[in-house]
Design a protein around this ligand. Sequence first.
Ligand code: HEM
Length: 542
Amino acid sequence: MAILNHLTTTCWKSFQGDRLNKQLLYALRALHKSAASEALGISATGEEAMPDTLMAPADVGEKTKVKSLKEMPGPSTLSNLIEFFWRDGFSRIHEIQMEHRKKYGKIFKSRFGPQLVVSVADRDLVAQVLRAESAAPQRANMESWKEYRDLRGRSTGLISAEGEDWLKMRSVLRQLIMRPRDVAFFSDDVNKVVDDLIKRVACLRIQQPDGVTVLNVNDLFFKYAMEAVAAILYECRLGCLESEIPQDTQDYITALNLMFSSFKTTMYAGAIPKWLRPILPKPWEEFCHSWDGLFRFSLTHVDKRFADIKAQLQRGEEVKGGLLTHMLITKEMNLEEIYANVTEMLLAGVDTTSFTLSWASYLLARHPHVQQQIYTEVTRTLGPGTVATADDVPRLPLIRGLVKETLSRLFPVLPGNGRITQDDLVVGEYFIPKGTQLALCHYATSLEEESFADSLDFRPSRWIRKDSTDRVDNFGSIPFGYGVRSCIGRRIAELEMHLALTRLIQKFHISTSPLTADVKSKTHGLLCPAAPIHLQFIDREN
Ligand code: HEM
């Protein structure tokens, strides 16, 4: 019993020291060799991978039962097709997670055409998967991203790279932006963008008849997030928060929107086999077109900074700068790798942050008493009118709690994440062969009562630590992922959100607008508002 209980709660690898388990592991491996060799896109063979004889081997006993994928519950292919293509399940992925967990349990399988996906919708099982990761985990099949890059002679960046290439780039970037103290360096730059955000709120309000409403706050936060992340990545200002947005920035926004608005199309770009492209060319063409726009923008800004640095060096001047300057000078990555990484980081860092800011403001408006508590904390800690910096954030636990409660629990902007298993694995009571696509259901786990009491309540204070040993985090809420492949931009995103929310709360009482009713979420790649959020920003008297 101990062996199997263990097997179901910890990773394969940690058992390699245990002789008995080792034998069992090798026995399973041998029996699954064919499945294991099938790497990506587990086929029906993957489901069959566990011969029935292994289910209840008499000599191992009842307690060592490991089931095969074949025995795993889940919706039928037909009901999946109806759910996703007929009932627009793509925009309800978060709700489907909840429904399926209720119906099939903590782990279930679904089939999308030839692709089998095993969904893991339980905190402890998610932990089990992520703790078993290799040195270079794989998130999903990135073939279409790689194909585009090969076609244009471009490099992969952190999101699209795998194996050695990924490890090399990750080890460079990890040292530059993974720790809070690394990104504290950008505090002043981000605060300048926050200045512009506040001015923009004022400018937008006066355009409305009541003089206090900002329509569709996500548009505002999108521009803030893009301006802030570009200030860090490109070391320059783009003018997103100006009334007249410069044309090249506008072109970039168009390319970014194309990438997201055609989310389904870009998914199909990867899913549609190459031989079908002459008949159905649009998805692939749009996919390439939007990447062209995203890369073009990065090339322009990186090349400009490169030219400035060269000119400074030629004049014998000392070169000072931030992230990009460091990358260009140290040459730990070549120029193509730098292009690819800033392109992918900009792509990853705008909508994620802006949707979170939209949801956080919406929650503040709907819970004025919570907003008042946070306002009191901010004014007491900082004093009136003081601009917070990264160094102040640890003293603002409710601001941090606000971001966590929004992002880690009620509106995890990435409602799910993926992993392709790189080794045979036992999760729960199931044998999962190497190469299986897993979907980690963060939306479902973030609302689990056993992880978070009164899980539907908005309570930023639940995240306040009583002392340094009191850790509230758990695998029920990992909005930035976990482990070596977790979000590299986490600290940047947190800095942008903490500084913006602190200042907004200092300046304005954020209130609901009669124009906005209850806003539901929908999935469009990310968890976004299903309707525009309009909010009132009323000046505070201070
Ligand atoms: C609220 C904001 C954000 C959220 C919730 C978020 C969430 C995530 C998640 C869940 C992952 C996958 C992690 C995993 O597989 O374990 C990820 C990966 C990534 N994120 Fe973020 N992210 C945010 C902002 C940013 C920003 C601002 C940047 C860049 C400046 C960024 C850059 C990346 C990159 C490059 C990866 C791929 C990392 C790798 O594969 O090594 N993200 N993010």
